[in-house]
Design a protein around this ligand. Structure first.
Ligand code: PLP
Length: 384
């Protein structure tokens, strides 16, 4: 595919994929090999060992870069593996400013792994950019933002973070997992690195664990590519193939996720059993105007607080759905329901998570791509 500036769906289907030169196969083959034969020592076709380079992975990386309208992409064996590479850009003594409503695994990696290496993390409410500025000092190197946040769907103003990063010469990395490149492109708003848990919307079928980093800056790419190959959290060719296949329908799936998400959110908003609902598409969501500015639509992730439900009743409700499956993860075509306090966010101390709104009667929905009537019926059947 040429470098012409094609629209999103066309890029999702075609970017990175070239007919296989040996057969003309339209789909990039699964290059299931660990090594490549050399003609004489060091003389090869650009491929020496598959941790460093694999053609299936390269095709996928080109595709994801195109979706973020970026120059470079590196795929990792998990979202956490990709974040790990970003933090490895830092040195002991460096400081990071990040949100107080992060994916539980991100919080765990920052506090339980990298804090031991002398890196300091400040967890602040990033919906107000002034909170970030307050913590900037000479040791600050990185702002790590996640938006929409997980699970309370707060929106961080990426452009405002980008201005702070520029002023103080910091790297701004944005976890774009919840929005997907279909809804939001942080590089265009001043971010230097975009991270995806590819496991979620990009893969889209709950069958692969993978991560990706996307960037324009050549120097940053070189540093991250060095860590990628040196530390080795690289994905295999079969997984790369599955994600390439998944991405071909990303735009179609996202349209349906957004449509179903809105219908489910509207149904739950006025439901007598719901005390609170978090979805950035509502005009009374506290950061709705920023969401509208930086996102193309509002997605299918919704969190709800059940009115007056204790832990037992919350568990009972979470386990009673038929179409929504009780499971961690999100972003697949199948609808999922999750209890953050004991599932995705269990590694965050109770006091910390309750401060961020992750109370015992909070449930998170990943609204899938099923027929909306069946989803609403399932909710009605359980909630009444
Ligand atoms: C799932 C997730 C991650 C971690 O990705 P894995 O692929 O599970 O390693 C990071 N951030 C967010 C927002 C996620 O949802």
């Amino acid at each position: 595919m040429s470098n012409k500036n094609y629209k999103f769906g066309t890029k999702a289907i075609h970017a990175g994929a070239e007919p296989d030169p040996s057969t003309g196969a339209i789909m990039t083959p699964i290059f299931q090999t660990s090594t490549y034969v050399q003609e004489s020592p060091g003389k090869h076709k650009g491929y020496a060992y598959a941790r460093g380079k694999n053609p299936t992975r390269e095709a996928l990386q080109k595709n994801i870069a195109a979706l973020e309208s970026a120059k470079h992409c590196l795929c990792f064996s998990s979202g956490m593996g990709s974040m790990d590479a970003v933090i490895k850009l830092l040195r002991p003594g460096d400081e990071v400013i990040t949100g107080d409503d992060l994916y539980g695994g991100s919080y765990r990696m920052f506090t339980k792994v990298f804090a031991n290496y002398g890196i300091k993390f400040h967890f602040v409410n990033m919906t107000n950019a002034e909170n970030i500025t307050k913590f900037v000092n000479d040791k600050t190197k990185l702002i790590w933002a996640e938006t929409p946040t997980n699970p309370t769907m707060q929106i961080v103003d990426i452009e405002a973070c980008g201005e702070i990063a520029k002023k103080h010469n910091l790297i701004l990395a944005v976890d774009n997992t919840f929005a997907s490149p279909y809804l939001q492109n942080p590089l265009a708003l001043g971010a230097h690195i975009v991270m995806h848990s590819v496991t979620k919307y990009l893969g889209g079928h709950s069958d692969v664990v993978m991560g990706a980093l996307v960037m324009n800056d050549d120097k940053l790419f070189e540093q991250l590519a060095f860590i990628h190959n040196s530390c080795g959290a690289t994905p295999g060719p079969m997984d790369s193939f599955l994600v390439m296949r998944g991405i071909k329908t990303l735009h179609l799936r996202m349209e349906r996720h957004c449509f179903n998400g809105r219908k489910v959110a509207e149904f739950l908003k006025t439901h007598p059993k719901i005390e609170k609902i978090y979805w950035p598409g509502f005009t009374d969501h506290p950061n709705h105007s920023i969401a509208k500015k930086q996102m193309r639509d509002f997605g299918g992730m919704i969190s709800i607080v059940l009115k007056g439900a204790d832990l037992n009743e919350t568990f009972k409700i979470a386990s009673s759905f038929e179409v929504f499956s009780l499971a961690e993860s999100l972003g697949g075509v199948e609808s999922l329901i999750n209890h953050p306090a004991t599932m995705t966010h269990a590694s965050i101390p109770k006091e910390e998570r309750e401060k961020a709104g992750v109370v015992d009667n909070l449930l998170r929905l990943s609204v899938g791509a099923e027929d909306i009537e069946d989803l609403i019926d399932d909710l009605k059947k359980v909630l009444g």
